[in-house]
Each structure stands twice: as C-alpha cells, then as structure tokens.
Design a binder for this molecule. Structure first.
Ligand SMILES: Nc1ncnc2c1ncn2[C@@H]1O[C@H](COP(=O)(O)OP(=O)(O)OP(=O)(O)O)[C@@H](O)[C@H]1O
Length: 635
C-alpha cells in the first residue's frame, strides 16, 4: 500500500521497542525486542510517576532518607567526642553531647520504620497509577499484531512486573545510594584524619563491590529477559491445568501428568538460569566478604597498637573501628542500592518503551498544513482494491490481490474452504490490521484515513471466536453498547431478537445472574450459572443486535452452534436486520447465505466467484460444488 502524496505515515511494528524515541543500546543485544529506553529516560519516568501518584509521601520520604544517611557518621563523631571528654585528665562532657547523641539515636532508630511505611504507601500508589497507565497504553493498541507477537508479549509481561515495583525501586535505589554516599563520605573524612593509608585500603576494598554488584544487576535483568518466554510457557501450562475450559479434555485424554511434566520442565529451566546468577552473586559475596574481614582485622590491630604507642586516643580507636565497620556496611549498602536501582531502571525500560510506543497502526498525517477533518461518509460502500495481506513477513500470503465491492444496504456473503481467508477479510474490514498492499475504501475514503474508533463505532459484529465474559447476563449483552447498560429495554429487546430472553428471565437472579462459576456470589447477586454453547452464541448475537443501528453488520459464523429450529428463527431475524443495513455474512452453511444479495467465493487469496445464489448455481463452479455436497449431506 503506497501512501498518497498528501499523507505521510508513522507505522508501529508488532513489537514496540523499536518505535520509541529515547533509544539507547538494548538491555540484551542477543535477545531481540529487549527494551531500549535509556537510564535517564527511566529515571525521569520514575520521578514523574512518583510525583504524580504519591507527591505528598515523596516530600517526606526524600528528607528522612537523606537524614538517615548523615546519622551514623554524626553518632560516631559525637561518641568520639564523648569518650575523649571522659578519658581526659580532668573529664568534662558538655551537657548537649549525651542529649544530642540520644536524640540522634532515637531519630536513627525510628527512621527505618517511617521510611518503610512511606515506601509501602508510595509503592501502592505508584503501582496503581503505573498499572493504570500501562493498561491504558495497551488499550490504545488499535490492531491485533502486538497481541500475537511473542516478543511483544514478553515485553508486556516484563512491563507489568516493572509497573508494580520498579518505579519505587528506582527511586529508593537512587535515594538510598545518595544516603549511602553521604555515609561513606562522612566516614571516609573521619577515617582520613586518623589514617590516610587505612582510608585508601578501605576504599580499594569497597570499589570492586560496587563494580561487581552493578555488573550483576545487568546480568540479572538479562536473565529475566531470557527466561521470560520460559516462564510464560510455564504459566500457560499452569492455566491449562486449572482452567475449566481445558478440564474436560485434560481429564478425558488423561494429559494432566503430561502438562504437569511440561510445566515443571519450564520451571526447572527458569530455575537453572536464576541459580546461575545467584551462584555468581554468592561467589562474589564470599570473595568480597573475605577481603572486608581482612581489612577490618588490619584496622583493628593497627589502631590498638597505635593507641598503645600513644599515637591515638581511646576515642580515636572507636572512630577507626566505627569508620571501618560503618564504611564497609555503607559500601555494601551503597553497592546494593546502586545495583538495585540499576536493575529497576533496566526493568523500567520495558515499561517506558511500552507507554511511549508509537501507534501500532499506520496513522495518516498531513505533511504540511493540517488537512480539514475527513467528513464521515454516510452509508458505506466498501471496496477491497487489490488487497494483499499476510500476518507478518514470516507468514505466507493469505490474500493475494483480492478485489471485492460490498454495496450499501446489501447483504454480501463470504464463503470458502477452511483457511481461505474469510475471517482475515473481516478483521481487515474492522482495521485490526492494515493490508500489506492495496487499499480498502469506505465510500471512496481509505480506511487508514478514517478515525479507527469512529470506524468501529459504525460496525456491529459477531465474531467466530466471540467472548464469554465472566460477568452478569445483562452486562454480557450490554458490552455491545455500554451506553445502553442502564436502559434495560434495549438489552431485553436485543435478547428477545436473539431468542434468549426467556432463558435469562428464568435464571436465579434473572438478567443480573453472573454467567460464570469463577467467583463466589456477591451481596444481592444470584449464584452464577453455566450456559450451553448455543445459549452463549445467542448472547453474542444479542450483543450484536444491541448495535443493530450501526452502518455495517458483520456476522462471522453467527449460527454455527444453534439447533435447526433456533437457526431458522434467528435466520429470519438476521434477514430482517440485514435488509436495514449493509451486512457481511461469513458462513459454511450455504443454506444460510443463499438469500444474500451477492455471494463471494474466496479461493487462493482472491474472489474466485461472485454473484447471487442462482447465478453461482448456474455457473456450476466452486459454489455449485460446495452447495451440491452440502445438500447431499456430505459436509
Ligand atoms: N493471527 C494470525 N496469525 C497468523 N496467521 C493467521 C492468523 N489468523 C489466521 N491466520 C492464517 O491465515 C489463514 C486464513 O485464516 P482465516 O481465519 O482468515 O480463514 P477462514 O477462511 O476464516 O477459515 P475458517 O473457515 O476455518 O474459519 C490461515 O491459514 C490461518 O492459519
């Protein structure tokens, strides 16, 4: 499909990582689709989320966290002054010293609890906000390609994980690093005044901790990306083992043990990957711990012998010991926090990529001056013009230069063998995908130039794989047009047309009965019920009938699950509705389409035959062959 000269397009890909603007190197260049948003972009995002979701708590959290960083150094220094005052020939300790020490000690002891509370509250608020934003972004995907791309799904799962904890972790990591840096600087200063050599030694032992922890954080995130598909498979097997939809076959075919084995294999694979990173961490911790113990031992021996020689006071010894212990602790905390912030930032990159992704469907934009809004065409005359389509470059062509006109106010039936591309044609009509080449016109206007939400508001549909929502009967129908949820009249009318009204009335809670056994009944709600397949199909039809006033009615196998009598009744209703709007009907039951105004037979990705029933029967081609087979009862 070539853009017209006045229009330029921005087109997203199935996977969104490559569509963001704030790009840096991906987290893992060997794994396609890993996030690319830079650390700065992630940090900005974390701050934005925290300010917008939990600004009040943030105002308290930042100063308390930073103050807690100053406390250990101040306490160590005041203790030195106190001891020096006590061991003087004429001991003297100013009154403010013990008071100050007590106050600092109390603040230092209390601040962790306050910080934990604030952090938990911030996490709750940020997570709620970020989840909402994330699902808003997913809801803004207009097409289906991203839902069908494994890499997008891995990214979505990582982004979901990140949305709940990563923004808070980034902030906490940054603040705790700042607090750790304050503590480290303070202790370094104190120690330096007593022993520059010892100071250098402690720093030399601390820097590798920092470097190793940061590298480990990156390795951990790379591992999380790599095990993403493995864990998604594990979840999928788990869902098969627990879902009511799969329960029948799992039990009848006895495949429970097989699925459990598969699930455990995936868990073992993921565990192996996690264990490798944990093992690296353990080795590193052991090595660095040994170095820290050596440095502490040396510091203690040196300071005690210096005190015995009279070069250090007793207070100085406490400062040396407190500084070394404090420094090592602070280095450990600092490196831990930097690593945590790094890991959270890398995780958040997936979230940032997703919420800032370009639109997934091509957006037609005027190149120069904004064009006047395209007026919405009245009755749709739909035209497929040389449409070629495949689901991705890796997939085979489904449609190969298909041409088809769907005249306004007429019923057009689409028939053809399994896999011929009938449902694909319907999905293109709803613009769940754009044609790979060629054009679809709605009254002469290219679909891509029309607002996609507006387009869908003009369409009513029953899809072959319609949804069964775990909500009440009324809501199950009303989702067809939420604006009619409150006015039950329309819902009842639609249910009556779909011949399901009486059945719904007979349910324990009438229309309010949940059509699911998934959840316990809530107050004022009847027990949930399980409907039969055909009853569900009528609910799906009622949903479409609620939108019967739309310009285009699409019915993809609307009556495949109905008994003969119901199909006949519904067929009469559909005929009546089809006469009032443009309609597209996909069905394998050729008897159900014989009275359509025109019937298109799809074969080899194109329209092989086109005409009404009589014309096609006279032609004695593909349609005649299929109809003849069905009337003989072979299919
Ligand atoms: N989301 C998808 N991704 C990749 N390939 C797909 C997808 N959906 C359908 N296909 C492929 O496109 C081809 C046409 O499928 P489609 O569902 O349009 O056929 P159909 O004519 O409606 O078939 P049926 O009569 O069995 O419902 C099939 O080969 C199918 O495997």
């Amino acid at each position: 499909m070539r853009p017209s000269s006045r229009w330029s397009r921005t087109s997203g890909t199935a996977s969104w990582s490559s569509t963001t603007t704030s790009c840096s190197r991906p987290v893992d260049a060997d794994v396609p689709g890993t996030p690319r948003s830079s650390a700065i972009a992630c940090l900005t995002e974390a701050v934005r989320l925290a300010v917008r979701a939990s600004g009040g708590e943030l105002l308290l959290y930042v100063p308390i966290t930073l103050f807690a960083g100053v406390c250990p150094v101040a306490i160590a220094w005041l203790t030195k002054l106190l001891l020096d005052g006590l061991v003087r020939p004429r001991p003297h300790v100013p009154g403010w010293l013990p008071v100050g020490l007590t106050a600092l000690g109390a603040v230092y002891a209390l601040s962790p609890q306050v910080v934990v509370y604030l952090r938990a509250e911030m996490d709750r608020k940020i997570s709620l906000f970020a989840q909402d934003e994330l699902f808003g972004a997913v809801n803004a995907w207009k097409g289906l390609a991203r839902f069908e791309d494994p890499r997008s799904l891995d990214g979505l799962r990582m982004a979901q994980q990140a949305a709940s904890a990563a923004p808070g972790s980034v902030l906490e990591g940054v603040l705790a690093s700042a607090r750790g840096a304050i503590t480290v600087t303070g202790f370094l200063g104190a120690l330096f005044t007593l022993s520059p050599v010892l100071t250098l030694l402690v720093v030399a032992a601390g820097v590798p901790v920092l470097v190793a922890e940061t590298a480990l954080a990156k390795a951990r995130v790379r591992m999380l990306w790599r095990v993403g598909p493995v864990e998604r498979r594990e979840i999928a097997y788990g869902q098969l083992l627990t879902s009511v939809e799969a329960a029948k076959e799992v039990r009848l075919f006895g495949i429970g043990a097989f699925l459990r084995r598969r699930m455990s294999e995936e868990r073992r694979k993921a565990n192996r990957a996690r264990r490798r990173v944990d093992g690296r961490e353990l080795l590193m911790q052991v090595g660095l711990g040994a170095v820290a113990a050596l440095v502490s031992g040396y510091g203690l021996v040196w300071s005690v012998s210096a005190a015995l020689d009279g070069r250090l006071s007793a207070g100085d010894v406490t400062v040396v010991v407190a500084s070394i212990t404090g420094l090592q602790g602070a280095f450990a905390v600092l490196s831990n926090e930097i690593a945590r912030a790094r890991q959270a930032t890398l995780m958040l990159a997936g979230y940032v990529d997703l919420v800032r992704a370009a639109p997934d469907l091509a957006v037609a934009r005027p190149r120069a001056a904004p064009a006047p809004p395209v007026p919405w065409p009245p009755a749709p005359r739909i035209e497929f013009r040389d449409v070629w389509f495949r689901y991705s470059d890796e997939h085979p062509w489904v449609l190969r230069g298909l041409n088809l006109e769907i005249p306004p106010g007429e019923a057009t039936a689409i028939v053809g063998a399994n896999g011929a591309g009938k449902s694909t044609l319907v999905k293109l009509l709803c613009r769940f995908y754009d044609p790979t080449r060629g054009t679809i016109l709605w009254d002469g206007v290219e679909l891509a130039r029309l607002d996609v939400d507006e387009l869908r508001a003009r369409i009513s549909a029953v899809f072959q794989d319609y949804m069964r929502y775990d909500i009440s009967a009324l809501e199950n129908i009303a989702v067809g047009d939420l604006s009619r949820m409150r006015d039950g009249r329309h819902v009842v009318e639609a249910a009556s047309r779909a011949r399901i009204h009486e059945r719904l009335l007979s349910l324990p809670g009438g229309y309010g009965t949940p059509l699911t056994r998934m959840f316990p009944a809530e107050d004022g709600e009847g027990e949930g019920v399980v409907l039969s397949g055909g009853e569900w199909q009528r609910i799906a039809l009622a949903r479409a009938f609620l939108r019967a006033d739309r310009d285009l009615m699409i019915l993809d196998e609307p009556s495949s699950g109905l008994d003969a009598e119901s199909e006949h009744e519904i067929h009469t209703t559909l005929l009546d509705l089809r006469r009032r709007s443009t309609s597209v009907l996909v069905s394998h039951r050729l008897n159900a389409v014989r009275d359509a105004d025109r019937i298109a037979v799809i074969k080899d990705g194109a329209v092989a035959e086109l005409g009404d029933h009589e014309t096609l029967m006279r032609k004695k081609g593909e349609y005649f062959r299929m109809f003849d087979l069905q009337s003989k009862g072979y299919t």
